[in-house]
Write a protein that binds this ligand. Structure first.
Ligand code: AMP
Length: 762
């Protein structure tokens, strides 16, 4: 599976063989001219089959190869306009063939422009989800198989380096907004100056607040002169959106605008009113009753999807269960997507990641366990079934408090009928669930997270007429998930407290307000207003990701309720008459006045006595006095400093001598001990010659000097006594060796200390 993904990743040459060599350039040019001439005369009403369109032979062949004979309504209306170079706003029911309505114009446009690899990026298709991008990429590969363009799939969760190196060679790129912008920002090989055609699939989603900043940045990077095609089942008509895209005289094609319903005719839709704690048993009973069907179950958060999948897998309903949500690894997502495509009967638990554009074959049922955030989301969710003239069914579970959703659906021309749950057929797996939770702590954790994420999601819904978190019976809901106690939802406690504290600040403001308060409140208010909770659902990220997306962590910080002491501080600030600004220098002076000794380390021995830090503290009286008087004196008194150094040097030398002596003593002790044991004769012999010899080490650290002097004196006195000289020489060598050995025997710490002393001296 992963292998396949890698293969189909970026870039893929649509056609592996090149153009026929015997085809001369001249006829091809003429052929293109003829095609372009014919574009002007396209009359959509006279088009019955794809062969009636003036397409290139490569496109015609591709369509034929994959059994596309008759164009759908949206294809018939849009392709002609696309070939004529118009900007298009295309709207049609879900599953009505919008993909081909923009793929064909892309292929034809690049063909007539005689686009080559050297021309770079010619067409860009942006979609909101990776799965949809992959699906479009596959459709392009099919229809464009006889063309000679290279295409790339640029989506997150894949190897950026791999994509980067090949980006420059792509003629057609299918991508998600985030990844595209990443390449625009970081990839020097990505160049879109030649771009001729831009397509936004699920355009309303691409242009909504969730992708607003990313899309604005992308659009700013694209050439102004281009053709732009927008497609969606719930098309945006927002003037603001269209202005952002700088559409030029766009053609609005909405083939089902005057249709009786806004959902496919083959779709049978029903809803059921049920309490929150009944949802699990209704869903379980539904699955048990539809074991031979292919079903998509929509839930509002990733954590719920994870929990339902894990728990129902344990309960073993007798049908394959799968789960698809945003926080899964990309390869896993693709694997699940393909597995579900191939299944005849299965249940796919999913977030709204799956709601847009995905074309799973033969889906019988769409069950919405959690109410969608709005009617558009409803349309997209149910659109996963009853695609391309097929039939399908959908079921929506509504809480009694969510009944107003029906009005929204009605206003959008959605035919939906009420059905009642048959209590006799209802099976409740809660006892088993409780047992599983008791035996599997990780599952219990998942269950608690699912609970919290659901309550949060309801709280964050924009439409407060439909979604009211206070009306949720959380205790019963927790029980229905197998939990004995409802977990605390701290997020909501915080938000509620915050609302209250906002009110307190406002109240204070009415009397008198300082700049500080105004700033605080404005910040708080704007952050609160800015919240686009729709992302929470559309991006389907886990709680942690939810926090990233909304910056809830930051938001929490910014709008967290003030503690009493903070409030009193605020009061103090407000009442304070002195508005003197405290500079850094003033603050530093204040600290200096307190006579703090910064970073002083005091070491105690086992008896609790202070161990003097000989390397850091001055030893001599003169030096100590000098240090004390130093802060008051500006500059350095060199003469005094010299005396201090000399004095300290004396102490350092003495310290060094003591250390060497101590080391020597220790060594001797060890040797004596060893000798007593008689465990190593050779070693004892080695040291035997030096054993009796106890040199006076007071002459250290400069033995050369001392010995040199002594030798010179003795040379004068006993000129002819060569034997004695020899003895002295060997003695000197021995001492030298001893000294060398001693310095080698110093531990790293001692050596370091020694080095420090010597350095300090310098
Ligand atoms: P779409 O709305 O583009 O996702 O297409 C929905 C389904 O209809 C896909 O499975 C397409 O393969 C199929 N489809 C689209 N156009 C045609 C066509 N002209 N003839 C047959 N099948 C089509």
């Amino acid at each position: 599976m992963s292998k396949k993904l890698k293969e189909t990743a970026v870039p893929k040459k649509i056609k592996v063989f090149t153009k026929k060599k015997n085809r001369k350039a001249e006829p091809e040019e003429k052929q293109i001219e003829k095609l372009q001439e014919n574009y002007k005369n396209i009359d959509s009403s006279s088009i019955k089959q794809f062969s009636d369109f003036p397409f290139s032979t490569s496109t015609q062949k591709g369509l034929k190869d994959f059994g596309f004979v008759k164009p759908t309504e949206i294809q018939r209306e849009c392709i002609g306009l696309g070939l004529q170079g118009y900007d298009i706003l295309g709207a049609a029911h879900t599953g009505s063939g919008k993909t081909l309505a923009f793929i064909i114009p892309i292929l034809e446009k690049l063909y007539t422009l005689r686009w080559t690899r050297l021309d770079g990026l010619g067409a860009l298709v942006i979609t909101p989800t990776r799965e949809l991008a992959y699906q479009i990429f596959e459709a392009l590969r099919k229809v464009g198989i006889h063309h000679d363009f290279s295409a790339g799939l640029i989506i997150g969760g894949k190897d950026l380096k791999f994509e980067r190196n090949r980006m420059g060679q792509c003629n057609i790129v299918i991508c998600t907004p985030g990844r595209l912008l990443q390449h625009m920002d970081e990839n020097s090989l990505f160049d879109c100056v030649n771009l001729k055609i831009l397509v936004l699939d699920e355009a309303d989603r691409c242009l909504d607040m969730g992708f607003e900043k990313t899309m604005n940045a992308i659009i700013a990077n694209l050439p102004f002169e281009r053709q732009t095609l927008l497609f969606s089942a719930t098309q945006t008509k927002s003037v603001k959106d269209l202005a952002r895209l700088s559409l030029k005289d766009p053609k609005y094609v909405s083939v089902h605008e005057h249709a009786k319903y806004s959902t496919p005719l083959g779709l049978e839709q029903s809803y059921m009113i049920c309490d929150l704690d009944q949802k699990v048993s209704v869903l379980w009973s539904f699955i048990k009753n539809h074991l031979k069907k292919k079903t998509i179950v929509f839930l509002s958060t990733c954590k719920q999807v994870k929990f339902f999948n894990e728990m129902f897998c344990k309960l073993r309903p007798g049908v394959s269960l799968l789960a698809l949500y945003g926080t899964l690894h990309q390869l896993k997502r693709m694997e699940i997507y393909e597995t579900f495509c191939k299944k005849q009967a299965a249940v796919l638990f999913a977030t709204d990641l799956v709601s847009r554009g995905l074309d799973f074959p033969e889906v019988h049922w769409v069950v919405q366990v959690d109410c969608p955030e709005d009617s558009d989301t409803y349309i997209h969710r149910v659109g996963r079934t009853a695609r391309y003239h097929k039939d399908g069914e959908s079921l929506l579970l509504l809480l009694p408090s969510e009944i107003k959703m029906l009005e929204e659906l009605e206003s959008k021309k959605i035919p939906i009928k009420k059905i009642e749950v048959n209590p006799e057929k209802l099976k409740n797996p809660v006892r088993k669930m409780e047992a599983f939770l008791a035996s599997t702590p990780s599952l219990k954790d998942t269950s608690q997270r699912a609970f919290v994420s659901y309550v949060k999601s309801v709280f964050l819904m924009k439409n407060k007429n439909i979604f009211d978190v206070d009306k949720l019976d959380t205790v019963e809901y927790a029980k229905s998930l197998g939990l004995s106690i409802a977990p605390r939802v701290r997020f909501i406690d915080k938000m509620k407290k915050n609302e209250k504290s906002n009110k307190i600040i406002k109240f204070n403001d009415e009397n008198e307000s300082s700049d500080y308060e105004n700033e605080l409140e404005n910040e708080t208010k704007s952050e609160y207003d800015k919240k686009d909770f729709s992302n929470f659902y559309n991006n389907n990220d886990d709680d942690d990701d939810e926090l990233d997306l909304f910056n809830v962590t930051n938001r929490d910080k910014e709008i967290a309720p003030l503690k009493p002491e903070e409030l009193s501080q605020l009061e103090f600030l407000k009442n304070s008459k002195s508005k003197k600004i405290i500079t850094k220098i003033a603050a530093a002076k204040k600290v200096l006045k307190k006579n703090f000794v910064a970073n002083k380390k005091v070491v105690f021995d086992d008896e609790g006595e202070i161990v003097p830090q000989t390397t850091k503290e001055k030893q001599s009286e003169i030096a100590r006095n000098y240090e004390k008087t130093q802060p008051e004196v500006s500059g350095i008194d060199i003469e005094t400093a010299k005396i201090v150094l000399k004095e300290e040097d004396r102490f350092d030398k003495q310290l060094f001598k003591d250390k060497v002596k101590a080391k020597k003593k220790e060594q001797k002790k060890k040797l004596k001990l060893k000798r007593k044991r008689g465990d190593d004769d050779e070693e004892v012999d080695d040291f035997d010659e030096s054993d009796g010899y106890e040199p006076d080490l007071s002459w250290l650290p400069d033995p050369d000097k001392i010995y040199g002097k002594e030798n010179a004196e003795k040379d004068v006195e006993n000129d002819k006594d060569e034997e004695k000289q020899k003895i002295r020489k060997t003695k000197k060598e021995k001492v030298k060796k001893k000294k060398q050995k001693l310095s080698e025997d110093l531990t790293v710490n001692e050596a370091e200390e020694l080095a420090m002393l010597l350095l300090n001296k310098k």
